[in-house]
Design a protein around this ligand. Structure first.
Ligand code: AMP
Length: 150
């Protein structure tokens, strides 16, 4: 049990070595991420100022149930550090994004949806419908999804 009685259903993954892709054009050149935004809703969840149904946390990530679930399983994974959108991601955060995917995999297993199928969504910007400007991964499953997305 961790902070606020949080039950960790998966442990932080072991170190993994991910292939480093060639730097694509359009990579952000910003070097230092901002650590926390006092007015950001998800930063406030990280700091424990706003309640959430947390299913996992470690020193880098928090995962909690979406307040308005769109599927039987709908979990949000967020980094502690404030990154507004995928557009602001910097190369030093690549490992963090890998960690988010490995946690999504572990959560899908824990939720019993790994075999039936599940979906990861990261909305970026207005056209994608992003409403909270702190990067987050939706982990959705427990029903069939359509394609293309609406
Ligand atoms: P997006 O539209 O991709 O930015 O997703 C934001 C998500 O955050 C939505 O699915 C909301 O339902 C969810 N959300 C907003 N506030 C909260 C909250 N306090 N606790 C849990 N989920 C939230």
């Amino acid at each position: 049990m961790g902070r606020r009685g949080v039950h960790c259903i998966v442990r932080p993954g072991r170190a993994v070595s991910l292939p480093v892709p060639n730097r694509p054009s359009g990579y952000s050149s910003r070097k230092e991420p901002r650590l926390s935004d006092p007015n950001c809703l998800f930063c406030r969840i990280v700091r424990g100022e706003i309640p959430a149904t947390i299913v996992y946390q470690d020193d880098q990530l928090v995962a909690f149930r979406d307040i308005n679930p769109q599927a039987p399983t709908h979990i949000l994974i967020i980094p502690h550090e404030h990154v507004a959108t995928l557009n602001e991601l910097v190369p030093s955060q690549g490992k963090l994004m890998g960690h988010m995917h490995l946690l999504a995999q572990a959560l899908a297993r824990a939720e019993g949806i790994a075999e039936s199928g599940w979906r990861v969504v990261i909305n970026c910007g207005a056209d994608a419908g992003q409403s909270v400007f702190h990067v987050h991964m939706h982990v959705l499953g427990g029903r069939s999804f359509g394609w293309p997305p609406g």
